[in-house]
Design a protein around this ligand. Structure first.
Ligand SMILES: Cc1cc2nc3c(=O)[nH]c(=O)nc-3n(C[C@H](O)[C@H](O)[C@H](O)COP(=O)(O)OP(=O)(O)OC[C@H]3O[C@@H](n4cnc5c(N)ncnc54)[C@H](O)[C@@H]3O)c2cc1C
Length: 458
C-alpha cells in the first residue's frame, strides 16, 4: 500500500486543497497531519484568540475527515521532527504541503525538505493554496516584487487561475499512526468574549450567507462602521478554512461592483504577501525608512496605554480599540483610524501598535498586519506617506449617526451625533456628567509634532 502524508498548516480545509488532492492521487492511504509546534507559540503567533479559533478549525477538519472514513492526526512537538517521525511510522514516501511565505515558514520548509530527503522521502510544496497568485509569479521589470498596488493589481488580474476543486469523497488513513486528542476551544484562557467560531463548515456557511445577503452591496457599505457589512472572512482566510482561489472564482462568477471590490481586497492580501516574501525584514523594520525617531514604550507610556484600553478621549478610536478586545476583530476603516492615530497623531512606533493588534486579532497575520501598519505609518507602500487621518472628520463621515460609537462606548450612548464624536465640546454640567476621558492630545498638536518629525526642523 502506498502512503502519502499531508501536512496541514494554514490551509485547514478539505475543499480546494491541492496538497490533499495530489496525495490522494498518488497513494492508497493518506496521513492528514497537523503539528502543534511550540516554536509557533515562542514566536508569539499562538495567541488566545487564534488558539481558540484554531481549535474549532481542527475539530471541524477532523469531523470532515471522519465523514469521509478518515481522521486528523494531531501531534505536538518540533514540526520537522514530528513530520519525519510520522512519515517513518506510516512509511510514507511523499509529504505534501502548501507553500507559505513568511521567513519563519520558508526556513522551516527548507529544514523539512532536507530532513525528509536524508530519510529517502520527498517533499512536494503546492502553490496557490493560501494565496490566489503566489509571490513572484508576477513581477515588474527589474524588481522581484511590486511596491505599488495599482500596477500589481493590473498584472494580478490577468493571471489565469487554476480551477477550484471539491472535497474528496473518501480519505483512507492508516490505523496504526498515532495521534493526540484535539485541543479544545473551551480550554483556552483569555479569549475575547465575542470571538467568532472557526472551522471550514462555518467559513462556507458564512460565504453562502454573504453571497446571498451582503456581497452585492459590499462596495457601497464597506466603509460604513456601524453597518458592519464586510465579509468577515479574514480569519477563515488566515487559517485557510476557505480557499482564496475558490473565492475569486465565486466572486467573478457573481460579477458586479460588490464582487469586483471584494476581489480587489483579496488582491491586497496577495500584494502584502509578495512584499513580505521578497522583503522578510519588513515584518519588523521599515520597508522605506522616513528616519523616524518614534516615541516608545518608555517615552509615551500613558498615551500607549490609553490607546490600548480604548481611553484616548477620541470616541471612534476608543470604539475601535474596544471592539478589538471584545470580538478579536476590528472593522477595516476602524483599523485605519486606530493605526493612524497611534503612529501619526501620537507618533508612537508602529511596531508597538502592530504587536497589540497581533495579540488580539483572530485574523492576525504577519503579512497583512505588519504591512498594513507600515502602510498607515507611512513607512510602507503608501504613495502618500505623510497623510494623517483626522479621527473626528473620519468619524462624522463613516459613522454619521454615531451608532458605531454608541455600540462600543456606552458612556456616550446618550449623546447624539455629531456631538458624540467630540464630547469635549460639551460645557459645564453636561461635560461633568460624562464619565469619559479628555483627549490625550489635541489633534493640532499631534499633527504639528508629526509634521515636524517628518520634515525636520523648519
Ligand atoms: C492597521 C491594519 C492592520 C490589519 N491587520 C490585518 C491582519 O492582521 N489580518 C488581516 O487579514 N487583515 C488585516 N488588515 C486588513 C483588513 O483590515 C482586514 O483584512 C479586514 O478588515 C477583515 O475584515 P473582512 O474579512 O470583513 O474584510 P473584507 O473587507 O470583507 O475583505 C475581504 C478579504 O480581503 C482581504 N483584505 C481586505 N482588506 C485588506 C487589506 N487592507 N490588506 C490585506 N488584505 C485585505 C482580507 O483577507 C479580507 O478577509 C489590517 C488593516 C489595517 C489597516
Amino acid at each position: 500500500m502506498r502512503v502519502s502524508l499531508v501536512l496541514f498548516t494554514s490551509d485547514l480545509r478539505l475543499y480546494d486543497h491541492p496538497p490533499l488532492r495530489a496525495a490522494l492521487t498518488s497513494a492508497d492511504a493518506v496521513v492528514p497531519l497537523f503539528v502543534r509546534d511550540p516554536a509557533v507559540a515562542a514566536a508569539g503567533f499562538a495567541t488566545p484568540n487564534r488558539n481558540a479559533f484554531l481549535a474549532d478549525c481542527l475539530a471541524d477538519l477532523d469531523a470532515g475527515l471522519r465523514e469521509r472514513g478518515g481522521r486528523l492526526v494531531v501531534r505536538s512537538g518540533e514540526l520537522v521532527e514530528e513530520v519525519c517521525r510520522a512519515a517513518r511510522e506510516a512509511d510514507a514516501d511523499e509529504v505534501h504541503l502548501s507553500a507559505a511565505h513568511s521567513r519563519f515558514a520558508t526556513r522551516r520548509e527548507e529544514r523539512l525538505r532536507r530532513a525528509l530527503e536524508s530519510d529517502g522521502r520527498r517533499l512536494y510544496v503546492h502553490d496557490a493554496v493560501t494565496v490566489v497568485v503566489p509571490p513572484g509569479e508576477v513581477t515588474p521589470a527589474g524588481s522581484d516584487h511590486f511596491a505599488v498596488f495599482t500596477p500589481y493589481l493590473r498584472r494580478w488580474t490577468q493571471v489565469r487561475l487554476r480551477p477550484a476543486t471539491g472535497a474528496p469523497r473518501r480519505v483512507h488513513v492508516p490505523d496504526h499512526v498515532r495521534g493526540e486528542p484535539l485541543p479544545a476551544r473551551g480550554a483556552v484562557p483569555g479569549v475575547s468574549p465575542a470571538l467568532p467560531a472557526g472551522g471550514e463548515s462555518e467559513g462556507r456557511r458564512r460565504v453562502t450567507a454573504y453571497w446571498r445577503g451582503g456581497l452585492d452591496a459590499y462596495d457601497e457599505v464597506r466603509d460604513d462602521l456601524a453597518a458592519d457589512a464586510t465579509s468577515k472572512l479574514s480569519a477563515h482566510l488566515h487559517f485557510g478554512t476557505l480557499s482564496p482561489v475558490e473565492l475569486v472564482h465565486l466572486a467573478r462568477r457573481r460579477g458586479g461592483a460588490g464582487a469586483e471590490a471584494l476581489v480587489r481586497q483579496l488582491a491586497w492580501r496577495d500584494f502584502h504577501r509578495q512584499v513580505l516574501a521578497a522583503r522578510p525584514d519588513a515584518a519588523h523594520t521599515d520597508y522605506r525608512t522616513r528616519h523616524d525617531h518614534w516615541r516608545t514604550e518608555d517615552s509615551a507610556r500613558e498615551d500607549i496605554e490609553a490607546w490600548r484600553q480604548g481611553r484616548t478621549g477620541y470616541p471612534v478610536i476608543d470604539a475601535a480599540m474596544r471592539q478589538l478586545r471584545h470580538e478579536g476583530w476590528m472593522h477595516n476603516r476602524a483599523r485605519l483610524l486606530a493605526a493612524s492615530f497611534l503612529s501619526k497623531t501620537l507618533y508612537v512606533d508602529w511596531r508597538i501598535g502592530a504587536a497589540h493588534f497581533l495579540h488580539w486579532l483572530v485574523d492576525g497575520d504577519v503579512a497583512n498586519n505588519q504591512l498594513n501598519w507600515q502602510w498607515v505609518a507611512g513607512t510602507g507602500t503608501d504613495t502618500r506617506p505623510n497623510r494623517v487621518l483626522n479621527p473626528v472628520t473620519q468619524a462624522k463621515k463613516y459613522d454619521p449617526d454615531g451608532a458605531y460609537v454608541h455600540r462600543w462606548v456606552p458612556e456616550l450612548r446618550d449623546l447624539a451625533a455629531p456631538t458624540v464624536h467630540e464630547p469635549w465640546r460639551l460645557q459645564g454640567f453636561d461635560r461633568a456628567a460624562l464619565d469619559y476621558p479628555d483627549p490625550v492630545v489635541e489633534l493640532s498638536e499631534g499633527l504639528e509634532r508629526f509634521r515636524r518629525a517628518r520634515t525636520g526642523p523648519a
